[in-house]
Write a protein that binds this ligand. Structure first.
Ligand code: SF4
Ligand code: SF4
Length: 119
């Protein structure tokens, strides 16, 4: 009898959960979301890699690549604070679910070489 009362009550009340990912909850204010980089500004110094507590950043200065493992990142924001040129930032959104685990790779495009001034 106790159970029937509970079942009837649950059928009459609003759902306590959402049908994710079709119904997403709006992120809370000031949420530290997905880590992003402005690769044009990055100087490939590696400070973010050294400061990351999860050791999920890889920087290769020669190949001009910056990589993050989004599955190891704990979104603490330490790398964002440590970056000397402020090219890292976090969006106020959580990362979308993925079917496969993969690194997020950014390759810096070669900058045009400015001609030397004529003497
Ligand atoms: S700390 Fe900033 S500039 Fe240095 S490698 Fe990381 S993202 Fe690039
Ligand atoms: S947000 Fe934190 S865990 Fe994620 S890459 Fe930056 S320092 Fe590492």
């Amino acid at each position: 009898m106790f159970m029937t009362k509970n079942v009837l009550k649950n059928l009459m009340t609003k759902y306590a959960t959402r049908l994710y990912p079709f119904h997403k909850r709006e992120p809370f204010k000031n949420v530290k979301g997905e880590l992003k980089i402005d690769m044009d500004k990055c100087i490939l110094c590696g400070v973010c890699k050294l400061r990351c507590p999860s050791q999920c950043i890889k920087v290769d200065k020669q190949a001009k690549t910056w990589e993050v493992d989004p599955f190891s990142c704990v979104y603490c924001g330490i790398c964002v604070e440590a970056c000397p040129v402020k090219c890292l930032y976090q969006e106020g959104q959580y990362r979308a679910p993925l079917a496969e685990m993969d690194m997020v790779l950014h390759i810096q495009e070669a900058k045009p070489v400015e001609p030397a001034p004529a003497t």
